[in-house]
Write a protein that binds this ligand. Structure first.
Ligand code: ATP
Ligand code: MG
Length: 257
């Protein structure tokens, strides 16, 4: 689905190499966590995957194609992308249902009146995340947690092949975060899309996720099964001896020793 080969990124005018020789294959149906400390290069890597940025070296293959050229819209249609930038673009006086339906425009690039079937699909999705009844409320009235769910639905209304979430739980309290993760799990299990979920909190790594790509200082630090990362104490190697990451039941936790 997504194949990154030997990807490096240098910022023009800066001597720093932001990404260095990244290889990563995301296969159909894969559910990945992209994990790394602040400034490690996660968002830059996502920008390359989604075509908002271009690597200085290496090749990107998406859905079997080397490059999408001017037809980047075709690419965007197949990738649902949630980031803080998208979050800020949300106008606060837009109705909840319109915000979800507007996900269709993002890919089609065409402003037309949505059909009743499309509104029906949006209403159904809103119901699924426990926000039934709020369809005609304005976005500005929603809590941050509710807003994040609506953003996710906006990305999902096109039935993308890949859903990318860049730190979607930032700013959410523990309950809102759990509700968001539950909505993500249930919507992902009934569809067949792949997921890349970016975070730097192990507490967000639910049993939905099987694989982890850990990036550090622009380089691949670990790539593989989450279980293997735990067995090999990869998190301690990443954060240093003062941080412990452990499993309790189905979830992961971190603590300062
Ligand atoms: N235009 C730019 N010019 C110079 N440096 C940049 C530019 N854009 C990003 N960087 C640097 O690249 C590095 C990686 O940035 P990136 O946004 O990918 O980090 P991140 O892993 O997403 O971090 P966070 O968890 O804080 O979101 C950072 O050190 C950042 O300062
Ligand atoms: Mg980032």
């Amino acid at each position: 689905m997504i194949k990154l080969e030997n990807i490096s990124l240098d910022i023009y005018g800066s001597r720093r190499r932001i990404l260095n020789k990244i290889d990563w294959h995301v296969e159909d149906g894969d559910i990945w966590v992209l994990f790394g400390r602040n400034g490690s290069g996660k968002t830059k890597l996502l920008e390359i995957i989604t075509g908002y940025n271009f690597p200085s070296e290496g090749t990107v293959t998406r859905f079997g194609k080397g490059h999408f050229g001017s037809d980047i819209r075709e690419l965007r249609k197949r990738i649902g992308y949630i980031s803080s930038v998208v979050r800020e673009m949300f106008s606060s006086n837009e109705r909840v249902i319109d915000a979800v339906v507007s996900g269709l425009y993002a890919s089609i690039g065409l402003y037309r009146k949505p059909s009743s079937t499309e509104y029906g699909k949006a209403a159904d999705l809103i119901q699924r995340v426990g926000l039934g009844g709020r369809e005609h409320d304005v976005i500005g009235h929603l809590s941050d947690g509710e807003k994040q769910k609506i953003l996710m639905l906006r990305a999902l209304i096109n039935d993308p092949d890949l859903l990318i979430l860049d730190e979607p739980a930032t700013g959410l309290d523990i309950i809102a975060r759990e509700e968001f993760l539950e909505s993500l799990s249930s919507l992902t299990k009934e569809r067949e899309h792949s997921v890349i979920y970016v975070t730097h909190h192990v507490e967000e790594i639910t049993p939905l996720f099987k694989k982890i790509f850990i990036i550090d200082n622009g380089e691949c630090f670990f790539k593989g099964d989450i279980e293997e990362a735990l067995e090999k104490n990869i998190f301690t190697s990443l954060f240093g001896r003062g941080v412990e990451v452990f499993r309790r039941g189905e979830r992961l936790y971190s603590s300062i020793k």
